[in-house]
Design a protein around this ligand. Sequence first.
Ligand code: ZN
Length: 119
Amino acid sequence: MELLLHTIQDDMLVRARKTLNERVKMVLKWDDFVPTLNSKCLTMIPWCEREECEDQIKARSTRDAISDEPEDEKEPSMGAKSLCLPHHQPEDPPIVPGQTKCIQCGHDAKRYALFGRSY
Ligand SMILES: [Zn+2]
């Protein structure tokens, strides 16, 4: 019984992870950022990790969402914020120090960060 319970929990975890992975999209240019958020996905972006930049991401994603409003009026126009800097960084493509740029501000990207809307 104990074992069965563990198996069930593992199944749920695997499914939850799968759903999460399917909802995370790699976004490598700003033009794709808001449309990806609008499709109810989280975005993984090369990011500079600057607080100022996060504020700009929040502001731009809010404004862009509002300008998109006729497409889907029910879409929340909340700005996006950083959710985490994943331990397991995507490797395809990898962040190349000095070459990979933050998709928002163009500064050198440090790591991939997960961004999503806060509801
Ligand atoms: Zn930046």
